[in-house]
Design a protein around this ligand. Structure first.
Ligand code: GLU
Length: 285
């Protein structure tokens, strides 16, 4: 049985980029006669905007993107994340961002910082614990994304030991998403390709925790003309419910389903193979 999910962070109202992810996920789940769950990723309290979760849910409902079962809130699931942490090989790291930047080698492909393992052997005297990291292995994680094609990454080499918990008690997205997807029985993850690079870390954790690995489908991340990912920070406008069909039509076009301009038609004619295999795509206004 197909189980999909949409997992928005409630940092603001639904915008075009999140609409595209929700729509692709809903269509894929409904075309497979599966379940489609909604999970609110309100783990990062300072970034959570009061009222945004309700606003997103209302917008989905109004667009006809109905979900199954109760909505799960990550802010209520700390005990589950804590339990999962217990079985992982972790250590406390006392490095500041600056120290990591100064000692890291930078990934050749994009310059992203790789944690060099400074605190692997224990905290240096006088250092305070800042983040709990998981020890990464050198095996290559290989998976086939349904849109983006074959992917491979050696987490230890391209990311390094990554953070699962901060000293202030804040659990990391990578841990929460893996625990929740597994406990909700998710078989298919459909989301924006800005998260493609996170997927090997998630598969790595799934293996350590004995969870099944879902199938992945990453749709292009919507960017503006300046190449910035659409978000509240980059001034993305909220989905306009007064122009519902126009919004859906635009999102369907973005997903390569150009022949469809309403949900029922799009569902009958859903063809994931037509989604552009691009990491980013400019959202035409
Ligand atoms: N909460 C994440 C976001 O809004 C999505 C997480 C996911 O789909 O795995 O970008």
């Amino acid at each position: 049985m197909y189980v999909g999910r949409f997992a928005p962070s409630p940092t603001g109202p639904l915008h075009f980029g999140s609409l595209v992810a929700a729509l692709a996920g809903w269509l894929d789940a409904r075309a497979a006669e599966g379940r489609w769950l909604v999970r609110i990723e309100d783990l990062d309290a300072p970034r959570t905007l009061p009222g945004a979760a309700d606003d997103i849910l209302r917008t989905l409902d109004c667009l006809g993107l109905g979900w199954d079962g109760p909505v799960l809130y990550q802010s209520q699931r700390s005990a589950n994340y804590k339990a999962a942490l217990k079985s992982l090989d972790t250590y406390w790291c006392g490095c500041t961002r600056r120290e990591i930047a100064d000692s890291s080698i930078g990934r050749p492909s994009d310059g992203a910082q790789i944690y060099p393992g400074t605190c692997r052997g224990g905290l240096a005297p006088g250092k305070t614990p800042r983040a709990l990291r998981v020890r990464t292995g050198t095996e290559e994680i290989v998976f086939a994304d349904r849109v983006q094609g074959p992917q491979r990454q050696i987490v230890a080499r391209e990311i390094g030991d990554f953070v699962l918990l901060r000293a202030d008690g804040q659990f990391a997205y990578q841990l929460a998403v893996v625990v929740d997807d597994a406990e909700q029985g998710v078989t298919d993850v459909v989301r924006g390709a800005d998260l493609l690079d996170s997927t090997p870390r998630q598969i790595y954790l799934q293996r350590l925790l004995g969870y099944a690995t879902p199938r992945y489908l990453h749709v292009p991340a919507a960017v503006n003309a300046a190449g910035e990912k659409l978000s509240k920070q980059t001034g993305a406008r909220p989905v306009d419910l007064a122009r519902k069909s126009e919004e859906l039509r635009r999102a369907l076009r973005f997903l390569g389903q150009a022949g469809s301009d309403d949900l029922a038609h799009a569902l009958k004619n859903w063809q994931p193979a037509l989604i552009p295999a691009r990491r980013v795509l400019v959202a035409v206004p």
